[in-house]
Design a binder for this molecule. Structure first.
Ligand code: FAD
Ligand code: ZN
Length: 470
């Protein structure tokens, strides 16, 4: 039975304090829509607990009264998982106030942070003890650790350090019935049965509420070499990546690709400078970093010389100052926004084995051109992980709405080829509500069955982020 609204608000307030229960349209507004305006929902209330104990009390109330809960951290998710449905019967549980750094332990290379600590604040805390927390996303000023773990976020340092999942030693989770699982261990080795943290990481708020985590720290790079390179083709980029790994090993921390289109629009719309004198069909932003400061520049120089000699790279600029390095990164990070100025774009977040990327681009681009002449494919992103943001901009002069009406047909072309190549239709952004049908259509049926069994075991009443993911 659902509690009536005024009574419910009083009971929520009894747990978190009246000031931390929002119920007017205006107060709730920032929590009911995501930044692009793509998903807009309604809710009975937004509650902001200030401790794990309060989260647990809220979940006990939810399970007693059958209340549906949508966990939300920084609200930067790209698949609508953090936004409630339009029905208005859910409660948004914001982790914003759980924002304490509980402990930092440089000798164990770990720190214990609460779910509402922003990624940028976590990075700064690590930096303060001469360590690196390597997760790196363009949304890092707003997204929070709880959301990063719930989505198993990726970003631009996965090549060297792995996804969010790889950066976690322990978790604290409030379960659907209000029990608290304290799994905040710092152990690097612990084979005492199932590794439960991995169930909750990447579960997008459907299995439990992450309230805190023990994160791994790494030695802080003392020297960094960043280069912007022009290349003839995606195949040259894949070969260049292999060469870079063989010459610099794990010092290769970033390897991002873009076609000329990405540089064009960053120059045209974002005030960026063209990094190279001539034009090239493809570009790679490569970064090497090392915890010792000897010799990295020389390694980078000889790698680039060898790649040019082999015809893999046509031209390259090595950053000579922090300003130049930042300018290179601004091109990479400004491309998504710049694309918006070019009209409608149909987006994908896909991955295939790294070696399969060139063929994927070739076949998909040819099919897109046959389907809609003049369409502007823009496959860019994390080539080092085989993860492309395969965005496709409308033909010049076409009506935007008419173009966006082709969304499903364009998805079918891209996802069809990705699946043929053994790839994933959601490499790093998750499923949320955006890709729920797609997941049901494309995931192995046995895997889907196991996912439903796990959901039923951990959340038998279906209270946690209902209708998302599965
Ligand atoms: P939210 O958006 O609040 O929530 C995301 C999901 O997690 C929802 O399903 C929500 O219910 C659930 N959730 C949130 N907190 C908890 C919790 N404490 N316990 C349980 N469930 C919870 N993503 C990448 O992977 N790589 C990128 O490079 C990247 N770049 C981005 C760039 C920009 C400009 C933007 C806007 C987004 C980008 N993203 C990227 C997507 C987004 O930033 C990540 O998914 C991020 O991890 C979400 O964190 P958040 O705190 O905003 O979570
Ligand atoms: Zn990305």
């Amino acid at each position: 039975m659902t509690a009536t609204a005024p009574d419910l608000l009083a009971r929520l307030a009894a747990i978190v304090g009246g000031a931390h229960v929002l119920s007017t349209e205006a107060d709730m507004a920032p929590h009911l829509v995501e930044w692009r305006g793509l998903y807009r929902g309604r809710a009975q209330a937004v509650v902001k607990p200030g401790s794990t104990a309060e989260v647990a009390a809220l979940m006990r109330l939810a399970s007693a009264e059958g209340l549906k809960i949508v966990p939300q951290s920084g609200n930067t998710g790209l698949v609508g998982g953090q936004v409630p449905w339009e029905t208005g019967d859910e409660i948004v549980l914001s982790l914003q106030r759980l924002n304490r750094l509980r402990e930092i332990d440089p000798l164990s290379d770990s720190m214990t942070v609460e779910a509402g600590v922003t990624l940028a604040a976590a990075q700064e805390a690590a930096d303060g003890v001469d360590r690196l927390f390597p997760l790196s996303l363009a949304s890092e000023g707003s997204c929070m650790i709880g959301g990063n773990l719930a989505t198993n976020a990726g970003g631009t340092a996965v090549l060297a350090y792995g996804n969010a999942r790889d950066l976690v030693l322990g978790l604290e989770v409030v379960l659907a019935d209000g029990r608290i699982w304290n799994g905040l261990g710092k152990l690097r080795k612990d084979n005492t049965g199932y590794d439960l943290k991995h169930l909750f990481i990447g579960s997008e708020g459907t299995l439990g509420i992450i309230t805190a985590a023990v994160l791994k720290l790494f030695p802080k790079p003392k020297s960094v070499a960043t280069a912007f390179c022009g290349l003839p083709s995606p195949q040259a980029a894949v070969d260049f990546l292999a060469l870079a790994k063989s010459r610099a090993g794990s010092a290769v921390t970033t390897f991002e690709i873009t076609p000329r289109f990405g540089v064009d629009i960053a120059v045209k719309h974002m005030g960026c400078r063209d990094p190279l004198a001539g034009m090239h069909p493809w570009y790679v932003l490569i970064e090497l970093s090392s915890a010792s400061d000897a010799g990295l520049e020389t390694t980078a120089e000889s790698l680039l010389a060898e790649a040019i000699e082999a015809g893999l790279v046509e031209d390259a600029a090595l950053a000579t100052s922090l300003d130049v390095r930042n300018a290179f990164w601004r091109i990479r990070e400004g491309m998504s926004e710049a694309q918006g100025v070019e009209g409608g774009s149909i987006k994908h977040d896909v991955s295939v084995p790294v070696a399969a990327v060139p063929r994927l681009i070739e076949t998909v681009n040819a099919e897109l051109e046959a389907f809609l002449p003049g369409v502007r494919p823009f496959p860019f992103g994390h080539l080092g992980d085989g993860n492309l943001h395969y965005n496709i901009t409308q033909p010049l002069g076409m009506d935007k709405a008419a173009y966006l009406a082709l969304w499903d047909a364009v998805n079918a072309i891209v996802h069809g080829r990705v699946l043929e190549a053994g790839g994933s239709v959601s490499a790093e952004h998750g499923i949320g509500r955006m890709k729920k049908t797609l997941l049901a259509e494309t995931k192995d049926p046995t895997a889907l069955e196991l996912m439903r069994t796990i959901k039923a075991a951990l959340d038998p009443q279906g209270l946690l982020n209902p209708g998302k993911v599965i």
